[in-house]
Design a binder for this molecule. Sequence first.
Ligand code: ATP
Ligand code: MG
Length: 429
Amino acid sequence: MTQTFKKVRALTGMKDVLPDESASWESLEATVRDWLGSYGYRNMRTPVLEHTRLFARGIGEVTDIVEKEMYSFTDALNNEQLTMRPEFTAGMVRACIEHNLLYERPHRVWAMGPVFRHEKPQRGRYRQFHQIDVEALGFAGPDIDAELIIMLGRLWKTLGLNDIRLEMNSLGQADERAAHRDALVRHLERHKSVLDDEAQRRMHTNPLRVLDTKNPAMQEMANAAPRLFDFLGSESRAHFDGVCQRLADAGIAYTLNTRLVRGLDYYNLTVFEWVTDRLGAQGTVCGGGRYDGLIELLGGKPAPAVGFAIGMERLLDLCTQSAVEVEQSECDVYMVHQGADAQRMAAQLAERLRDGGLRVIVHAGPGSFKAQFKRADGSGARVAVILAADELAAGSASVKWLRATDDDTQPQQETIPFDCLVTELKLKV
Ligand code: ATP
Ligand code: MG
């Protein structure tokens, strides 16, 4: 007797995207490609797996990601420590260093794909999720920080999203952060009794991150903490003002959030997040900032850089709520047939229609005319092309319109000779 096989389910926090939902993914991806192209950003693709030490170094040991969220394992074949990428930047920078991209000239690049973090799954928080990642490598000025933010403003507009707001901060430079750090650690020590375990642990290793807390019991302490923004010198202030001025030129509003520090260790100067109230607790759609030290930290010739990452699931959730129209039809033409000869002719005509740029499904398997028309209708096709013995004898196809057209004079059904089918349907569908 065969043993019944226990159904295998997807891993917790990892979602399947089925065809109906995938239409909105594809539509977003197409919009994103056009949008990035219009600013001269070029696509690159890096591996999902990297050496663990790349992320430990590049993201920072004392961060949520490296401390507790990475999918890491030892490669049994050669004992190497490997990690599924939890974000794109470290891998993108590694690739640019490895292939000497940064020695020639600056680069505007982007990537899109899955990233992995072992988090507690909830709405807007998954273990496999997708990011659109954009990096401007080798640029030092505030003009490029502003370019990135302004282009995000354009994306929201293109997608019809008007309630994502921009929060900005500046993390200054290392010496400014060091001066602030001393004051901050003193503040944290004074309020030790309200710090949770994580904060107690981080208070000396990464005190700035303590302010990033979501723990309600620590908000008052965090709000009263010395502000890094007040420790910025004139150059850092000038950079920040340079960004803000350009945002004003572009008509982009922002609020200064002096507690915004971002999850990763490597940021300096400009940091920003785009946030919405429409997604519940997980309201950050996009986060980014400048990371002038990272390229050198990862072994490259020092070069400034700035970038951001968008969480695609959160963005799609917003788009769905805004009911952005997405093309859902499976095809333009559905071919209905009766009899073996008609089926073969349908397959051949379908190839010709595809040559003409139409999307065609040929009914597969058995089915009465009625059943086939039902499928044709369900497919969202504009027309059904019908082939049976009569049509084969006459060398013409019967064409039935399944959807209302702009042209009222369009007959419900007509006969079109095989040779004219591509030209006629291309004009009318
Ligand atoms: P959060 O504070 O929500 O944990 P983060 O600072 O860890 O965010 P980033 O590392 O900046 O997030 O990632 C960029 C974007 O990716 C976020 O703004 C968010 O839109 C998305 N994102 C981050 N973690 C997840 C996740 N687990 N599931 C889905 N989207 C995520
Ligand atoms: Mg996180």
